[in-house]
Design a protein around this ligand. Structure first.
Ligand code: ATP
Length: 904
C-alpha cells in the first residue's frame, strides 16, 4: 500500500530522506516548490462544464414542450411566432443559467471559507496554513481536537491518542508514540508511529513530518471516504421544491382546462395549445429554488464579511428562529486578552503591573518592587506557570503575537516579567482537559524529575497534601484551604479568573511507576494567580439587542460561579444573583433541568457533558438553541444544538466540523449580527416568493377567468412569455438582495415550524393575484370597447392594453413587496438600487414591445394614447396611491396624537 514503509524507519532517518529540519521545518520557498507536485486534497468529482449546464436548461420538461410547440407553429408557417418564442426560450435559459451558475459559485466560496487549516513549523516559526498547502517534509503540530491534515510520520508525542475510525472503523482511540520502529508488514491500526489524514486527535499533542499528501495518502487511496457530498437542500429549499411540484400540477391542470375551453368555443386549436403551453411556462415558478439558493448564498457571503462563516446553508434559515444563545464566557463575551494581575502564596501576596501581552510590568508587594525569583514559593509558582505551558509569544513581532491558549499566554508573560527563562523540554505530560480542569508536565530537575501541575483551585486542593513556604513546606491544613478558597471567592467576585499551581519532585524510579493519576496526587500547593479578561466592548450592546429581539443570552462556562456571575452581570446577561454549577446540574433530573434551563442565565463550572444536557433540555422545552463551543469535547453539544457555533480562533478543528457556523473573531456580537442577517435573508425570501407567486397567480387567473367568462384570449402566447420574462427574472432577483428593514431585531423570533406563507402571506398572494387578474380583465374589456368605438375589428388594442397593464401592475407590486410592514412611502423608493435598475429595464423593454416598429408585428401590439396609459398606470398603482394617502393620513393622526399628548 505504501511507497515507502515510513513506520519501519527511525524518525531522524525519515526527516533526512525528506530533506527537512525537525526543529525549523521547511523554508517557505522550498514548500512552495514542493507544492508544484499537487495540492494536499482529495480530488473532487469533475464539475459539469458551463456549456453542459447551459444545455441542461433546455432539458426542463416544460421548455421541451414549448420547443416542440415552436417547431409545430414553425411547420404551420407561423415563422415570426416560432422565432420569437425560440428567442424568449433562449433568453430564459441564459437567465436560468446565470442564476444557477451564481448559486454554485457562491456555494463554492462558502466551502472555501470553511476549509480546514493546519499548524506547521516553517521558517522556524509555528504558523497556521490552509491544510491543502501542506507538502511532504512539512513539520505538522498536532493538538487535541485537530483533524490530522496529511499522512505523517510522528517525531514527537505527548500522551497522543488518535481516533482512526475514519480509516479502520475502530472508534476507540489509539495510543501513538514517535520513538518506536515497526516491522514493515503490520496492519494500519497498529502503526503507532504514524498518523493518517482524516483521523482525529482526541488527546495529547505531538509533531509529525508529512510523508504523503492528497491522493497519495491512505485516505486518498480509499477515496470512497471522501465522495463529494452535494450540499443537502435546506428545509426551506425542500419545501419550495415541493411547492413547485404542486404548482406544476395545478398550472398544467388550469392550462389544459383553458385550452380545451377555448377549442370548444371555436378558437384555433394551435393557438389554444400554444397559449396553454406558454401559460404553463410562465406560471410555473421554475426559477424559485435557484433564486433561493442565490439569496441564501449571497446572505452567507454578507455574513462572512461580518465574521460569521456559515458552514451549512440551513443555518441561515434557523438563525432567524433562534430563541436562546448559549455562549461561552472566555473569549466570546470577554476579550481573551488575559493578564495575570495578582498572585498569592501562603506568605506572600503580590500584584503585577502591565497590560495585555506586553512584557513590561513588575511584581509589587504593596508599594515595594518584589524580586519574585528570590522568594522560594513565588519563584516555584512562576516556574510552574512557565513550564506547564505551551503558549508562545513572538517577541520579534512588535504586536506581541500569542500562539496558543490565552490563559497560558498570560502565565508565560507573567514568568517573563519576573525575568524567568529556561528550556521548556517536557519529559511527560498529562494534557489539559476541561473535564479534569488540570494540566500536568514532568520536566528534568536537578536531582531527578519535577512534576508541575496547574488547574482549578478546588480540584487541585483535593490533590495536595502540603503547602510551599518561604523555606520548605508545611502540612496543608484546613486553615490553608479556607484561606485560599476565600481568596478565590474574593477575586472571582471582581471577575478575576483564578488558577492554582502545585508541584512535587520525583526520582526516576518513582516516575517510572507513576501512572497519570499518581502523578497528580500528593502534591505541594504553591499558590494561586488571578488574571483579568475584560468583557468585549460590544458585548453589552449585543446582549441588550438580543434581549430586545426576544432572544435569551445564556452564559455557560467552565469558570468559577463568582467569576461567571461577575462577568454575566457586567455584560447584562443577568441582574440576579443566580448561578447554577455543574455539580448542581448532576443532581437534577432531565425534567428539572428543563425547568431550570429556562430561568437560569448563568451556568458555571460545567463540563462538556453538562453542555450537552443543557442543549437537550432547552430543545425539549421548545427552544431553538444556538450553542458555542471550542474544545474537542464540546463537539457533541455543538452538533446537538440547532445552531452549533464554533470558535474560529480558539476552536478545535473537530468542533468546527461539528458546527453550522464558525465565528472568525470568536465574538458574541458576531452571533447577534448573524441572527440579524439570518432574519433579513428569510424576510427577503418571503418578499420574492410573495412577488413571484402573486404575479404568477395573477397571470393564470387572468387566462382562467377569461376562459370561464367566455371572453376571447386576453393575451397571446408570445405576450404571456414576454410578461414572464420581463417581470420574473431581474425584479425577483433584486428583491433577494433587499437591505434589512428597520426593526428586524425588534420583533420576536419566528416560530421554527412556521410555514413560509404564515402571517397572511398566502392569502395576500391569492388576493393580489385575484386583484391583478380582475383588473387586467377590466382593462381588456375597456380595450375591446375602445377598439370597437374606433372601428377596429381585431383585438390588438385590447390585448396591448391588457399586456402592458399586466407588466405595469407587476412592476408596481414589486415595490410593495419590499416590505411587509412598511409602505414604499415609509421605507423610501430608492433603498435598493438593483431593484430600481430592474424596474427601469423591464419598463423599457415593455416600451419597446409596444412602440418599436420591428417588435409591434411580433407582439401584435399597437401604440397607446395618453389616457390609455393614464388608466393603465392609475389602476396598476392604485394600491400604492391608497397606501400614500393612508401614510399621510396616519402621519397626521400621529401628529395629532402627539399634539394631544403634549396638550394634555
Ligand atoms: P469557557 O467555558 O467560558 O471558555 P473556561 O476557559 O474557564 O471558560 P474551560 O476551558 O472548560 O472553561 O476551563 C475550566 C477550568 O479549567 C478553568 O476555569 C480553569 O480553572 C482551568 N483551566 C483552564 N485553562 C487551563 C489550562 N490551560 N491549564 C490548566 N487549567 C486550566
Amino acid at each position: 500500500m505504501f511507497e515507502v514503509a515510513w513506520h519501519e524507519q527511525p524518525w531522524p532517518e525519515v526527516v533526512r530522506r525528506l530533506r527537512t529540519d525537525f526543529k525549523k521545518g521547511l523554508s517557505s520557498r522550498e514548500a512552495e516548490k514542493r507544492l508544484r507536485d499537487g495540492l494536499n486534497k482529495i480530488d473532487q468529482e469533475k464539475r459539469g462544464s458551463p456549456l453542459k449546464k447551459f444545455i441542461g436548461q433546455f432539458t426542463d420538461t416544460m421548455v421541451l414542450v414549448l420547443l416542440a410547440a415552436t417547431v409545430v407553429s414553425g411547420l404551420l408557417g407561423e415563422m415570426v411566432d416560432a422565432v420569437t418564442i425560440l428567442a424568449i426560450v433562449i433568453v430564459n435559459a441564459v437567465l436560468g443559467f446565470i442564476q444557477e451558475y451564481r448559486a454554485e459559485r457562491s456555494l463554492e466560496v462558502i466551502k472555501k471559507m470553511s476549509s480546514p487549516v493546519a499548524t506547521v513549523i516553517r521558517d522556524g516559526r509555528k504558523q497556521k496554513i490552509m491544510a491543502e498547502k501542506l507538502v511532504p517534509g512539512d513539520v505538522v503540530v498536532l493538538e487535541t481536537g485537530d483533524r490530522v491534515p496529511a499522512d505523517l510520520r510522528l517525531i514527537e508525542t505527548y500522551s497522543l491518542e488518535i481516533e482512526e475510525s475514519a480509516l479502520t472503523g475502530e472508534s476507540v482511540p489509539v495510543n501513538k508514540t514517535a520513538d518506536v520502529i515497526l516491522p514493515v508488514n503490520i496492519p494500519l491500526a497498529e502503526m503507532a508511529n504514524r498518523a493518517f489524514m482524516g483521523t482525529v486527535v482526541t488527546r495529547g499533542r505531538g509533531k509529525g513530518v508529512v510523508v504523503a499528501t492528497g491522493m497519495k495518502t491512505v485516505m486518498g487511496e480509499i477515496a470512497f471516504m471522501m465522495k463529494v457530498s452535494r450540499p443537502e437542500p435546506t428545509p426551506l429549499q425542500a419545501k419550495l421544491d415541493q411547492l413547485g411540484n404542486t404548482l406544476i400540477v395545478l398550472c398544467i391542470g388550469v392550462c389544459i382546462f383553458v385550452s380545451i375551453l377555448g377549442i370548444v368555443r371555436g378558437e384555433p386549436p394551435l393557438s389554444m395549445f400554444m397559449a396553454g403551453v406558454s401559460l404553463a411556462v410562465a406560471a410555473i415558478p421554475e426559477g424559485l429554488p435557484a433564486v433561493v439558493t442565490v439569496v441564501l448564498a449571497l446572505g452567507v457571503q454578507r455574513m462572512a464579511r461580518r465574521n460569521a462563516v456559515v458552514r451549512k446553508l440551513s443555518a441561515v434559515e434557523t438563525l432567524g428562529c433562534t430563541t436562546i444563545i448559549c455562549s461561552d464566557k472566555t473569549g466570546t463575551l470577554t476579550q481573551n486578552q488575559m493578564t495575570v494581575k495578582r498572585i498569592a502564596t501562603w506568605e506572600q501576596e503580590a500584584t503585577i503591573t502591565g497590560e495585555g501581552y506586553s512584557l513590561e510590568g513588575r511584581f509589587m508587594a504593596g508599594q515595594r518592587v518584589l524580586d519574585a525569583l528570590a522568594n522560594n514559593a513565588v519563584s516555584l509558582l512562576i516556574k510552574c506557570a512557565y513550564h506547564c505551558n505551551h503558549a508562545e509569544i513572538d517577541l520579534e513581532n512588535r504586536e506581541q503575537v500569542l500562539y496558543g491558549d490565552p490563559t497560558e499566554g498570560a502565565l508565560l508573560v507573567m514568568a517573563l516579567k519576573a525575568g524567568y527563562k529556561g528550556s521548556r523540554d517536557v519529559v511527560r505530560e498529562v494534557p489539559f482537559d476541561s473535564e479534569r480542569k488540570l494540566m500536568t508536565v514532568v520536566v528534568a530537575g536537578d536531582n531527578g524529575f519535577r512534576v508541575y501541575v496547574k488547574g482549578a483551585l478546588d480540584v487541585l486542593l483535593d490533590r495536595c497534601s502540603r503547602i510551599a513556604r518561604q523555606a520548605g513546606t508545611a502540612v496543608l491544613t484546613d486553615e490553608v484551604r479556607k484561606r485560599f478558597l476565600g481568596l478565590q471567592q474574593e477575586w472571582a467576585q471582581e471577575a478575576y479568573r483564578v488558577l492554582a499551581f502545585a508541584y512535587k519532585d520525583l526520582s526516576e524510579a518513582e516516575l517510572e511507576v507513576s501512572d497519570d493519576a499518581a502523578l497528580e496526587n500528593d502534591l505541594i500547593l504553591l499558590g494561586v494567580g488571578g488574571m483579568v479578561d475584560p468583557p468585549r466592548p460590544q458585548a453589552r450592546t449585543s446582549v441588550s439587542r438580543c434581549l430586545r429581539a426576544g432572544i435569551i443570552p445564556v452564559m455557560i462556562t467552565g469558570d468559577y460561579p463568582a467569576t461567571a456571575l461577575a462577568v454575566a452581570k457586567s455584560v447584562g446577561i443577568t441582574t440576579k444573583e443566580q448561578v447554577i454549577a455543574g455539580s448542581e446540574i448532576d443532581q437534577l433530573t432531565d425534567k428539572e433541568l428543563v425547568n431550570c434551563a429556562e430561568t437560569v442565565r448563568v451556568f458555571a463550572r460545567v463540563s462538556p457533558q453538562h453542555k450537552f444536557r443543557i442543549v437537550k433540555a432547552l430543545k425539549k422545552a421548545g427552544h431553538v438553541v444556538a450553542m458555542t463551543g471550542d474544545g474537542v469535547n464540546d463537539a457533541p453539544a455543538v452538533k446537538e444544538a440547532d445552531i452549533g457555533i464554533a470558535m474560529g480562533i480558539n476552536g478545535t478543528e473537530i468542533t468546527k466540523e461539528a458546527s453550522c457556523m464558525v465565528l472568525a473573531d470568536d465574538d458574541f456580537s458576531t452571533i447577534e449580527a448573524a441572527v440579524h442577517e439570518g432574519r433579513a435573508i428569510y424576510d427577503n425570501i418571503r418578499k420574492f416568493v410573495r412577488y413571484l407567486l402573486g404575479c404568477n397567480v395573477g397571470e393564470v387567473l387572468t387566462m382562467f377567468l377569461a376562459a370561464v367568462l367566455g371572453m376571447p384570449l386576453p393575451l397571446l402566447p408570445i405576450q404571456i412569455l414576454w410578461v414572464n420574462l420581463v417581470t420574473d427574472g431581474l425584479p425577483a432577483m433584486a428583491l433577494g438582495v433587499e437591505p434589512p428593514e428597520p426593526g428586524v431585531m425588534k420583533r420576536k423570533p419566528r416560530p421554527k415550524n412556521e410555514s413560509l406563507f404564515a402571517r397572511g402571506l398566502g392569502l395576500g398572494i391569492l388576493g393580489r393575484g385575484l386583484f391583478i387578474s380582475l383588473t387586467t380583465l377590466v382593462i381588456f374589456t375597456v380595450g375591446i370597447v375602445c377598439g370597437k368605438l374606433a372601428g377596429q375589428v381585431d383585438l390588438a388594442l385590447a390585448r396591448t392594453m391588457a399586456f402592458t397593464y399586466l407588466v405595469a401592475a407587476q412592476l408596481f407590486y414589486v415595490l410593495e413587496c419590499r416590505s411587509e410592514q412598511f409602505t414604499p412611502f415609509e421605507i423610501g423608493f430608492f433603498g435598493n438600487k438593483f431593484l430600481i435598475a430592474a424596474i427601469l429595464s423591464s419598463a423599457m423593454l415593455q416600451g419597446l414591445a409596444v412602440y418599436s416598429h420591428r417588435l409591434q408585428p411580433v407582439f401584435d401590439t399597437v401604440p397607446l394614447c395618453p389616457w390609455q396609459w393614464l388608466m393603465i398606470l392609475g389602476l396598476a398603482g392604485s394600491k400604492m396611491c391608497y397606501q400614500a394617502v393612508k401614510t399621510v393620513f396616519s402621519r397626521k393622526l400621529l401628529l395629532y396624537e402627539n399634539y394631544a399628548k403634549i396638550r394634555a
